[in-house]
Design a protein. Structure first.
Length: 160
């Protein structure tokens, strides 16, 4: 059974492997540099909240939640999600997004905004739309894919 909980230091190695998997794929996260155990700890510690999906003691996914901006826009948050490639298609992402929406509201955020959902990431886009996210438009050529070509990005938001 999959549970979503706050991460613990013992989870960092598995979390870093899953995060780096998405970075290496080069089709969803803007980051190009992989995390080490040390930079992973620093990165996950720096978030407003980091949640993990655990299945029988194994970390199978995670999310990070943090402000999208500062000051007068500090009530808008941003999040990223990563699911182990061996566990995709099991609705883990949906559980992570739903937990994130609840956590963001509890932390006092008013809006969850995604800045750069790659247009070809159909599974993520369908999930977000099914959960009530609204697409703000399209930014032509806003994401450089791993192979060097550019794809459109679609910003989304959800009022909390």
């Amino acid at each position: 059974m999959i549970i979503i909980r706050e991460y613990e230091e013992k989870d960092i190695s598995e979390m870093t492997m899953i995060w780096n998997e998405v970075v290496k794929d080069g089709v969803a996260f803007p980051q190009e540099d992989e995390l080490s155990k040390e930079t992973g700890k620093e990165f996950f510690d720096s978030q407003s909240y980091t949640g993990v999906a655990e299945n029988d003691g194994e970390i199978v996914g995670l999310y990070i939640l943090h402000p999208n901006n500062v000051g007068r826009c500090g009530h808008i948050c941003n999040a990223s999600y990563a699911v182990s490639s061996m566990c995709r298609g099991q609705h883990i992402g949906e559980k992570l997004v739903k937990d994130c929406l609840e956590k963001a509201k509890k932390l006092g955020f008013k809006v969850l905004q995604f800045n750069a959902v790659v247009e070809s990431n159909i599974h993520a886009r369908h999930l977000y739309e099914r959960l009530g996210f609204v697409q703000l438009g399209t930014i032509p050529g806003g994401f450089r894919m791993k192979d060097g070509h550019y794809e459109n990005i679609c910003p989304y938001y959800h009022t909390l």
